[in-house]
Design a protein around this ligand. Structure first.
Ligand code: NDP
Length: 449
């Protein structure tokens, strides 16, 4: 049978675009459909605008710290509108670059909502296209929990990039990546932040030392973190929002018109017409094998809609592995081991490999923990007590480094390099044999005893 395309991709986010371009490079005839802006969550309402806001939030610290180095800083002020406009302009610029990249790679871009009519046919409005292989890369969206009365009054992370005014007081519900990052961003910009979590520590799933260290630092900086608060109810009043928070103790907090529900994300599968295919959905996510193949032989899925590891670079790698396998003649699977990740909180944190708890479960007592906590040189003259924490987890049978964790300035930049070593299976002896770069914080990773 003749199809319009060799590959048709639904969703032009990071995973979809990377796959479409890679397949087209191999000579495949590729089409892609997107109903929203090109670039998906990461570019439009995630990683990119968020990181720009992280940068914006750090300036008050720099102004303060510079004084220890002899600078005097005049009166400073912050204008939310200027910042948010600049951030959105940068997102616009990136959208145009994506469009150009797709045009240059000969991928045909369709604008509209793609929906399966049958397993080889996608409808986009009144138009229909057919493809030999189809890739679903539709991403995810924030979810507001329905067990919080009045949660409709809360915004999600998608909305924060369009707030025309800076909230003076905000309550953030949830202690995952998004909740923690926005608590720090908004606090840095001068908003009074209360973060409410239902457990006793933020960032479930991360190494315990890292979780405690970030939480303590956030509290030290002035963010209120309310722990063990399983029940929240939101009411809208004339003056703003009233949040009734219950746990061991009850408390009522008044916030501005916004409070942020950062309580997780779900795959974006509504109206995709999956019922017209054999694609299986398990727990709200598309079920795939190690090659990202769904239950339908010629339909594949990558990224957040599969709810494996929901990170942009993972979606990109999953997509490229698929394109290499099917259009490049290089069969390969995505490797999910030792995926580094960072939380752009203040202080920043980054990690690769096993947490201490995971390592104990896997290796029992055959592990050794190396920890170093120190005040980086920068903060000495700045007159601050900010600390950096570094931790290596080594399994003692082969002396391999199986986990590296860091809280402190440039953690993401440093752990990215360490991740190469961990991925390659470096031993503690390899770390020790590496000469440090002096003076740096990073050198501590090769001098820990
Ligand atoms: P997460 O799943 O990471 O965290 C959700 C948080 O909300 C948890 O603290 C959870 O608590 C809490 N929660 C869930 N349901 C409720 C409820 N009903 N009432 C109160 N609290 C609740 O989700 P995020 O939205 O923060 O992030 C989504 C994904 O986006 C992440 O998994 C990550 O993959 C990606 N991301 C990555 C970033 C990065 O790489 N820097 C940045 C931002 C997002 P509990 O722990 O008790 O379950």
């Amino acid at each position: 049978m003749n199809y319009d395309f060799d590959l048709f991709v639904i969703g032009a986010g990071s995973g979809g675009i990377a796959t479409a371009r890679r397949a087209a490079e191999y000579g495949a005839k590729v089409g892609i459909v997107e109903f929203d802006r090109l670039g998906g969550t990461c570019v439009n309402r995630g990683c990119v605008p968020k990181k720009l806001m992280v940068y914006a939030s750090h300036f008050p610290n720099y102004f303060e710290e510079s004084q220890g180095y002899g600078w005097s800083v005049g009166e400073t002020s912050f204008d939310w509108k200027t910042m948010i406009t600049a951030v959105n302009n940068e997102v616009d610029r990136l959208n145009k670059i994506y469009q150009r990249m797709l045009n240059n790679s000969q991928v045909k871009v369709y604008r509209g909502y793609g929906k399966f009519v049958d397993s080889h046919t996608i409808a986009i409005g009144d138009e229909k296209v057919t493809a030999e292989k189809i890739l679903i890369a539709v991403g995810g969206k924030p979810v507001k929990p329905d067990d919080i009365p009045g949660v409709e009054h809360a915004i999600t992370s998608d909305d924060i990039f369009h707030l025309q005014e800076q909230p003076k007081r905000i309550v953030i519900i949830g202690g995952g990546y998004i909740g923690v990052e926005f608590a720090c961003i908004l606090h840095g910009m001068g908003t009074e932040v209360t973060q409410v979590i239902r457990g006793d520590k933020i960032l479930r799933g991360f190494d315990d030392d890292l979780r405690s260290e970030i939480q303590a630092a956030m509290q030290e900086h002035g963010i209120r973190v309310l722990t063990n608060k399983p029940k929240i109810a939101i009411t809208k009043t004339d003056t703003g929002l009233e949040l009734k928070i219950s746990g061991e103790e009850e408390e009522t907090i008044v916030a501005d018109a916004v409070s942020l529900a950062a309580t997780g994300r779900i795959p974006n599968l509504e109206n995709l017409g999956l019922e017209n295919t054999q694609v299986e959905v398990v727990n709200g996510a598309i079920s795939t094998d190690k090659y990202s193949q769904t239950a339908e032989e010629h339909i594949y899925a990558v990224g957040d809609c599969t709810d494996r590891i929901n990170l942009t670079p993972v979606a990109i790698q999953e997509g490229r592995a698929f394109a290499d396998t099917h259009f490049g003649g290089k069969s390969r699977q995505m490797s999910y081991e030792n995926i580094p990740t960072a939380v752009f909180s203040t202080p920043e944190a980054a990690t690769v490999g096993l947490t201490e708890a995971e390592a104990r479960e896997k290796y029992g007592d055959k592990i050794k923990i190396y920890r170093s906590k120190f005040r980086p040189m920068y903060y000495t003259l700045a007159g601050k007590q900010e600390k950096t924490l570094m931790k290596l987890i080594v399994e003692t049978e082969n002396n391999k480094v199986v986990g590296a964790h860091m809280v402190g300035d440039s953690a993401a930049e440093i752990i990215q390099g360490v991740a190469i070593a961990v991925k390659m299976g470096a031993t503690k002896a390899d770390f020790d044999a590496t000469v440090g770069i002096h003076p740096s914080s990073a050198e501590e990773f090769v001098t820990m005893r």
